[in-house]
Design a protein. Structure first.
Length: 262
């Protein structure tokens, strides 16, 4: 099962691999939400706290609670500067450890496709947020080529390998996100795409960071060194470097927001 294979047990590695991407997309996402200051936030699937820190730094929140199932990620998050305000605890997106109407805003950053039952996850978000409160998420458009490591996934597919995908990958499509929010009974539902770019010193840095991905490392662990070298060569061909040797790659996420009925 994909959800049994993709594990995030190294906060520092996740920071280098996905934390940077998360903040790039998260800044645009928060600009789109345009929340007022003084809100009580819950960041569900907060991971190592990369997005939580954006909330603290940019949104002047009254309170932020971060919830994630990984003890290692939570431990890393507690060492962030954001921990001066944010509290982090272990928890399940489908059974949040909070009472009803506890928060003004609930967000999932790059998480919704990891929730085994996304509808239940959205229902839990709505349960813990007050009437007229904000419910929002963004997710890499993983099935339509938007994932930050898509060149590696594409070359895997070309060479007959099957990349490990999140258990609810189909919900990452923009129409699926909008439908999920509307089916949950949320009002004022809107969606948008978010495109971001990240620079790398060269291909080797991109490849090294890609190997930090739990899904990619899981797949590569089962192939020979020769096949791994062939994969690396194929990925390199998909990513021509600039004359300086630097490499720039774009990723695309889909975002959705709505409000709890009043």
């Amino acid at each position: 099962m994909a959800d049994q294979q993709i594990r995030f047990n190294d906060g520092a590695a996740y920071e280098r691999m996905m934390g940077v991407w998360s903040r790039l997309a998260g800044e645009i996402f928060l600009d789109w939400l345009a929340p007022p200051s003084g809100l009580r936030w819950i960041d569900i699937g907060c991971g190592n706290g990369a997005f939580t820190e954006l909330i603290v730094d940019r949104c002047a929140p009254a309170e932020v609670q971060g919830v994630d199932p990984s003890p290692a990620q939570i431990a890393f998050a507690r060492g962030r500067p954001a921990a001066r305000l944010a509290e982090f605890r272990e928890g399940d997106a489908m059974a949040l450890p909070f009472d009803e109407n506890r928060f003004d805003a609930a967000v999932m950053a790059l998480v919704i496709f990891f929730v085994p039952d996304p509808a239940k996850g959205v229902a839990e978000m709505a349960r813990v947020v007050r009437p007229n409160g904000l419910i929002a998420a963004y997710a890499w458009d993983i099935l339509e080529g938007g994932f930050p490591l898509e060149p590696i996934l594409a070359e895997m597919r070309a060479q007959g390998l099957t990349p490990v995908l999140p258990p609810s990958a189909s919900v990452s499509r923009i129409d699926a996100l909008g439908r999920l929010w509307r089916d949950a009974g949320l009002r004022d539902v809107e969606t948008r795409e978010i495109t971001v770019q990240r620079g790398f010193a060269g291909f080797d840095e991109f490849w090294e960071i890609g190997l930090l991905s739990a899904s990619i490392s899981h797949t590569l662990a089962g192939i020979s060194d020769a096949d791994r070298d062939r994969l690396k060569t194929g990925v390199r061909a998909r990513l021509p470097a600039e004359s300086s040797g630097r490499l720039t790659f774009s990723a695309r996420a889909n975002a959705v927001k709505g409000r709890v009925p009043g």
